[in-house]
Design a protein around this ligand. Structure first.
Ligand code: SF4
Ligand code: SF4
Length: 73
């Protein structure tokens, strides 16, 4: 079973496969507005409402766990 989580507010959303996420934190480090954080070795995007659609996180995940994102969808 795949553990896909979605975080969203009125303007932004992101879907991340937590089974794929290995907690390397590349997305955490590259996001300029700290949308992401690590909780128990898995990413959380609970600050997605801060997203400025900069696209910096696009493609940064080495395991392609960030599936869909309002910034590039
Ligand atoms: S698009 Fe930019 S601001 Fe939005 S979550 Fe990704 S890195 Fe952060
Ligand atoms: S870059 Fe990918 S594997 Fe690393 S914490 Fe973010 S979603 Fe998880």
């Amino acid at each position: 079973m795949t553990d896909i989580r979605k975080w969203e507010d009125n303007e932004h959303w992101v879907e991340i496969d937590l089974d794929l996420c290995v907690g390397v934190a590349d997305c955490v480090e590259i996001c300029p507005v700290e949308c992401f954080e690590l909780l128990d070795g898995k990413v959380s995007a609970q600050n997605i409402g801060e997203c400025i659609d900069c696209l910096a996180c696009e493609g940064i995940c080495p395991v392609e766990a960030i599936l869909k994102h309002s910034a590039w969808d």
